[in-house]
Design a binder for this molecule. Structure first.
Ligand SMILES: *[C@@H]1O[C@H](CO)[C@@H](O)[C@H](O)[C@H]1NC(C)=O
Ligand SMILES: *[C@@H]1O[C@H](CO)[C@@H](O)[C@H](O)[C@H]1NC(C)=O
Length: 393
């Protein structure tokens, strides 16, 4: 037999639950009780009725093996399992329904997983996922506070569930975001602290185009624009990276640039390439954007060289220059010219150094032989001077 104390405590829990549900009727249904999986709940047969409670029914059936009918006419449900969820009704002796309610069984929320992202320096959004399945209706309360004492609601829109956004944020401020998941059994809070520049992640570059470079069978010219969401202000520049690979190849090559156009110089001749571009804050704040949608292009090809039609937009190009040898490409290649100039320079320098070394060696040799000549002369004078002495002795 259950003790009166435990029975009373359950009634208190139930009353507390009723209190919770009544304060938040907008998102929690009326006539519904909520129980925690593994917990217990006592169902009360309404508030006022003259006839005593004769029995409880579950989904219309009289048999409730997991429930205990108490002396007060309540239904005691210990160790709740999801299978206990359903419609309960209490009945008078005559079988008339005194009250009916629905029981939902679930879990209190766990702190949601939250991430925030700014697509520019003046707006940011936070996104979240529930910390776990609760089987119950829940809602989120999203608010923020900044280090310069601005606080407010992070706006949620029906069109974008599990997300909220803060407009007109201050680029260099620290924000504290509070995402609270609330359900009838409790609430769980996730706090995130960050500066706006640390969560900057631009949208991908837009209008990415790739085209062949005439007479250059290994080149592709790629151009793009700033994402339209990015503020066009001098203090907020972006840099870019470009990734490309032949369509049938697995590995990407990556180059970085601060410009809005770049020329790939090591494309595979006659092969279609896949190209994507992404952007990041020029000063490396935050993260790289997602890659732009793929664009494809094939380098220019001489007609007889590959036997394939050229990828140039107008077919006339091929006709006009098809007879040209492939060599001219090297002529309009400033990089290769530069490389040749540099190696010539290095060669000239090496020759100069060699000459210098030989010159120095010769000079040292000459100096030494002169010195030894001097020494010889000096000795001979001593000898000469010494001679008379020896003659004296
Ligand atoms: C912030 O976002 C809103 C809506 O997306 C946009 O209208 C507004 O121009 C953005 N603010 C700035 C400074 O870019
Ligand atoms: C977070 O928000 C919830 C709901 O508004 C509030 O009850 C809680 O006190 C807040 N927590 C912090 C640390 O700000």
């Amino acid at each position: 037999m259950r003790s009166l104390a435990s029975c009373l405590s359950r009634v208190m829990v139930t009353l507390a639950l009723i209190a919770v549900t009544s304060t938040s009727t907008k998102w929690v249904e009326d006539g519904v009780e909520y129980g925690r999986i593994g917990g217990s709940i006592t169902l009360l047969c309404g508030h006022k009725h003259d006839s005593p409670v004769a029995e409880w029914r579950f989904n219309g059936a009289r048999d409730i093996p997991w429930g205990f009918f108490t002396d007060q006419g309540h239904l005691d449900l210990p160790n709740l399992q999801p299978s206990a969820a359903g419609n309960y009704s209490c009945h008078s002796q005559s079988g008339g329904v005194l009250a009916a309610l629905r029981l939902r069984v679930g879990s209190p929320p766990r702190p949601p997983a939250v991430s925030c992202r700014a697509s520019d320096y003046y707006n940011f959004s936070c996104y979240w996922r529930p910390g776990g399945e609760t089987f119950l209706p829940s809602r989120y309360i999203a608010s923020y506070r900044s280090n310069n004492h601005v606080s407010g609601i992070c706006l949620q829109e029906a069109a974008r569930p599990n997300a909220c956004s803060v407009r007109e944020s201050q680029p260099w401020s620290t924000y504290q975001i509070n995402i609270t998941e609330e359900n009838p059994l409790g609430a769980a809070v996730r706090i995130l602290v960050f500066t706006v520049q640390s969560i900057v992640k631009p949208d991908p570059p837009e209008k990415v185009t790739a085209e062949p470079v005439p007479y250059a069978p290994r080149r592709l010219r790629v151009s793009w624009l700033y994402p339209s969401t990015w503020p066009q202000e001098p203090q907020f520049q972006l840099r870019f990276r470009l990734q490309y690979r032949p369509v049938l190849y697995q590995y990407w090559s990556v180059v970085e640039t601060a410009n809005l156009t770049d020329v790939i110089t090591d494309a595979f001749a006659g092969v279609e390439h896949v190209i994507q571009v992404s952007a990041r804050d020029f000063l490396d704040a935050g993260n790289w954007s997602e890659w732009s949608p793929e664009v494809r292009a094939t380098p220019w090809a001489a007609k007889e060289a590959s036997g394939l039609p050229t990828a140039a937009s107008d077919g006339t190009t091929t006709e006009d220059f098809g007879s040209e040898p492939e060599e001219p490409t090297d002529q309009n290649d400033p990089l290769e010219k530069e490389a040749v100039m540099i190696s010539l320079g290095i060669f000239a320098f090496v020759v100069l150094v060699l000459f210098l070394v030989i010159g120095v060696l010769i000079w040292v040799r000459v100096g030494r032989s002169k010195e030894s000549g001097k020494k010889a002369g000096f000795l001979s004078t001593i000898h000469m001077k010494a001679l008379p002495k020896s003659q004296i002795l």
